[in-house]
Design a protein. Structure first.
Ligand SMILES: [Fe+2]
Length: 393
């Protein structure tokens, strides 16, 4: 059944291919960008990926290059880089990195667009207008967050130990470039973790209260690609087709959840990350089957349909209709177990070495206040969240 009303927006130009980065200079020119701020992180600089980016814009000199963005970028980093943007008279942003780098760039673009100095002053930015235009080209180096097409930026507030979520369609980049060369050096363990984040985006988008026909189409396409390619990309990091498929899967899932919502896995996962610093993808991989199990009675039809994409048509047709939802959860669990065997992806919260049993009540308390909880079809109380966490511990 169609929702009574829905919106779907994805105005990001997508350049995907084995050599897509070669488009960078052309894309900058078409955005009239002459003095970009180039953002990345120290690891990517060491791996030579920053050099790939710079050599793809031979006729444009960056006004500033900043590569000190930490893995869990915070509000002060965003404020500082916005100051650099102004001091160096930049006119655009090129960001190459994982979710932390791309979201930091979104925060900087938002500050410049709004003429503000502190990202915290722009909380609740969904009501803001576009402001001053800041051309932004995003080049993901992981395949998980989908940040290159989402209207979401997550920025840490280390003082209050929370992750701030900024949601506005004005945060969407102008161009996303998916180039295999940028994700090929991603280690198997991170490929597995970020890939499970993408799977979680697709499954939660397909299950959320705000799902719509377009977000469903994106989510389904993403799940198919992930089930066919995630394990391949973890086992064979230089498999170009698997890498390109995962980059596309991540983007599709990003667009899906950006136009519907995520749910309980993300709500509990955000709280776990905020309080115990568990990597986002690890938290998603661990929590996804447990939250699906909690949701199962309420989401029978949706999970049953998902079996077709998670397990393929043969498994779907061989499974009795009443067993399909449970089998869909088993497919997710089996994938996580295989990834655990080949890459060490954690299957339980205690395996991360960051969560103690006494942390669980605090995580549950923070989880029920997370914005993502609203879109979970089955209400999750603090007591439920604690139970889920205890099972996943
Ligand atoms: Fe996520």
């Amino acid at each position: 059944m169609l929702p009574a009303y829905y919106e779907f927006q994805n105005a990001v130009k997508i350049c995907s291919g084995l050599l897509a980065l070669d488009r960078l200079s052309y894309e900058l020119h078409s955005l009239h960008a002459k003095a970009p701020l180039v953002l990345s992180d120290a690891t990517l600089r060491k791996l030579g990926l920053l050099d790939h980016v710079l050599s793809a814009m031979p006729d444009i000199t960056p006004a500033c290059v900043y590569t000190d963005i930490p893995a869990d970028s915070g509000v002060s980093v965003v404020d500082h880089i916005a100051q650099l943007y102004r001091e160096n008279e930049c006119d655009s942003i090129v960001a190459a990195g994982g979710g932390s780098v791309l979201d930091t760039a979104k925060g900087v673009a938002l500050l410049i667009a709004q003429g503000a100095s502190h990202i915290k002053s722009l909380m609740g930015c969904d009501t803001l207008d576009r402001g001053h235009r800041v051309p932004y080209i995003a080049i993901p180096t992981t395949a998980g967050t989908g940040s290159e097409v989402t209207a979401v930026a997550v920025v840490s507030d280390p003082v209050h130990q929370v992750k701030l979520e900024y949601i506005s369609t004005h945060l969407m980049p102008d161009v996303a470039i998916l180039d295999v060369r940028m994700t090929q050096s991603l280690p198997p363990r991170i490929t597995a973790s970020t890939g499970m984040d993408a799977l979680c985006h697709a499954i939660e988008a397909f299950s959320s209260t705000q799902k719509n026909p377009l977000s469903d189409a994106y989510a389904i396409a993403s799940i198919r690609l992930i089930m066919e390619n995630l394990e391949k990309a973890v086992r064979h990091p230089h498999d170009k087709q698997a890498r390109l498929a995962m980059a596309n899967a991540s983007l599709l899932a990003g667009s899906a959840f950006s136009n519907s919502m995520v749910g309980g896995v993300h709500a509990i996962g955000h709280a776990t990350g905020g309080l115990c610093h568990v990597a986002h993808g690890d938290a998603m991989a661990i929590l996804l089957p447990y939250v699906m199990r909690f949701n199962e009675d309420c989401l029978q039809d949706i999970y049953s349909e998902l079996l077709l994409y998670l397990g393929g048509p043969e498994l779907y047709s061989q499974t009795a209709p009443a067993r399909r939802a449970r089998e869909a959860i088993h497919c997710v669990r089996r994938l996580a177990k295989r990834l655990n065997r080949i890459s060490g992806l954690p299957l339980r919260l205690q395996d991360t070495g960051r969560v103690k049993a006494e942390d669980l009540p605090l995580i549950a308390e923070a989880a029920v206040n997370d914005g993502a909880m609203i879109a979970n079809r089955k209400a999750i109380t603090q007591k439920d969240a604690l139970k889920i966490l205890m099972h996943a511990y």
